[in-house]
Design a protein around this ligand. Structure first.
Ligand code: PBG
Length: 325
C-alpha cells in the first residue's frame, strides 16, 4: 500500500497540523438574559449553568465572558411589564437598553448585539403586532425598526432581528439609516425554523406564545429551498450577516446557504441543543466536554463563520487548549 490515510493520524501534533477546520474564540457569541429589577442573579432551571441578571449585576457575566476570551454578547430582555404592543421593547429605559448602557460604560471592549423581537415583551407572546389572532406582518415592521433604533441609541453595536416578518431587514435598515446609524450592521436571523429546540429558551425568557404557535412566521423544517430564498431576500434587503437557526439539525441548510452567499454566516446552537447535552451528561450517558467540542466543530465544518452558543465560554477554553480549532 502506498497510500495510507492513517499516516496523518499518527500523533497529536501531526493531527493538529493537518486539521481542516480552524477556528478561534473571536468567532464566538454568548447569549445573555437581562431581567428587569435589581440585584438579580438567578440560575435558569431549563438551562443549567445559565443565569438571568438584572442590569445592575451584568458585570459578573461580562467579566466571565471576557476572562474566557469571549468578546461578544447577544442580549435578550425580560421586562417587568408586557402589553399587546410590546412597548417595553422600544422604551428608552427598557431592560435591554439599561443593560447595554451599563455594559458599554464599564466594558467598552465588549461587542454588544441585541436580539430584536417582540415575543418577550408582548402580553400574547407572539413576535409581532396581532390583528385578531394573526400576527400582522406590515403593522409589525415599524415596531421592529423602533426597537432596533432604541437599542443602538443605547449603545448596541449590532442588531439581530429574530421575528421572521417579511421585509423586516429593509425596515430596520431604513430605520437605522434615518436615525444616522448607517454604520451599524444587521445580523439577520434569516433562516429561522419553527423549532421545538427553543423550548428551554422560552422558559428562560418567558416568551412562549399564550395561544397557537409560531408556524405562521417561522419556517417549516421540511424546507431548504425556502431557506435559500429567505437568505437571498435578506441579502437584497441589506443584511450584513446571515444566521441559520437552530444549528445541529440544520447542518445541510447551513452548508447550502454558505455556498450561495458572500456574507458571513452565523449559526445559533439553540437552547434545546445545549439542554440536551447537559441532561445527557448529567445522567452519565455522554462525555459533556467531548460532545460539546464535536458538535461545535460540526457546525463550523458545515460552513458557519460565527457560532452563537450557551457553551461559548467553554468552547473558547477548548480552543485555547488546542483541543479544537
Ligand atoms: C425570539 C427568539 C427565540 C430564540 C432566539 N430569539 C425564541 C423563539 O423564536 O421562540 C431561541 C433561542 C434558543 O432557543 O436558544 N424570537
Amino acid at each position: 500500500m502506498e497510500i495510507r490515510p492513517r499516516r496523518l493520524r499518527g500523533g497529536d501534533s501531526l493531527r493538529k497540523m493537518v486539521r481542516e477546520t480552524r477556528v478561534s474564540p473571536s468567532s464566538l457569541i454568548y447569549p445573555l438574559f437581562i431581567k428587569e429589577g435589581s440585584n438579580i442573579r438567578e440560575e435558569i432551571p431549563s438551562l443549567a449553568g445559565q443565569f438571568r441578571y438584572s442590569p445592575d449585576r451584568v458585570d459578573q457575566a461580562a467579566e466571565e465572558a471576557l476572562a474566557h476570551g469571549v468578546g461578544a454578547l447577544l442580549l435578550f430582555g425580560l421586562p417587568e411589564k408586557k402589553d399587546p404592543l410590546g412597548s417595553a421593547a422600544y422604551a428608552d429605559d427598557g431592560v435591554v437598553q439599561q443593560g447595554i448602557r451599563r455594559l458599554k460604560e464599564r466594558y467598552p471592549q465588549l461587542y454588544l448585539i441585541t436580539d430584536v423581537c417582540m415575543c418577550e415583551y408582548t402580553s400574547h407572546g407572539h413576535c409581532g403586532i396581532l390583528c385578531e389572532t394573526e400576527v400582522d406582518n406590515d403593522a409589525t415592521l415599524p415596531y421592529l425598526a423602533a426597537i432596533a433604533v432604541s437599542h443602538v441609541r443605547a449603545g448596541a453595536d449590532m442588531v439581530a432581528p429574530s421575528d421572521m416578518m417579511d421585509g423586516r431587514v429593509l425596515a430596520i435598515r431604513q430605520g437605522l439609516d434615518e436615525a444616522g446609524f448607517y454604520g451599524t450592521p444587521i445580523m439577520s436571523y434569516a433562516v429561522k425554523y419553527a423549532s421545538s429546540f427553543y423550548g428551554p429558551f422560552r422558559e428562560a425568557a418567558g416568551s412562549a406564545p399564550s395561544f397557537g404557535n409560531r408556524k405562521g412566521y417561522q419556517m417549516d423544517y421540511h424546507n431548504v429551498r425556502e431557506a435559500r430564498k429567505e437568505a437571498q431576500l435578506d441579502v437584497e434587503e441589506g443584511a450584513d450577516i446571515l444566521m441559520v437557526k437552530p444549528a445541529m439539525s440544520y447542518l445541510d441548510v447551513m452548508y447550502q446557504v454558505k455556498q450561495e452567499t458572500l456574507l458571513p454566516l452565523a449559526a445559533y446552537s439553540v437552547s434545546g441543543e445545549y439542554a440536551m447535552i447537559k441532561a445527557a451528561a448529567a445522567q452519565g450517558l455522554i462525555d459533556e466536554y467531548g460532545v460539546m467540542c464535536e458538535s461545535a466543530i460540526g457546525i463550523y465544518r458545515a460552513g458557519a463563520d460565527i457560532l452563537i452558543s450557551y457553551y461559548a465560554k467553554e468552547i473558547a477554553d477548548a480552543m485555547g487548549k488546542g483541543d479544537i480549532g
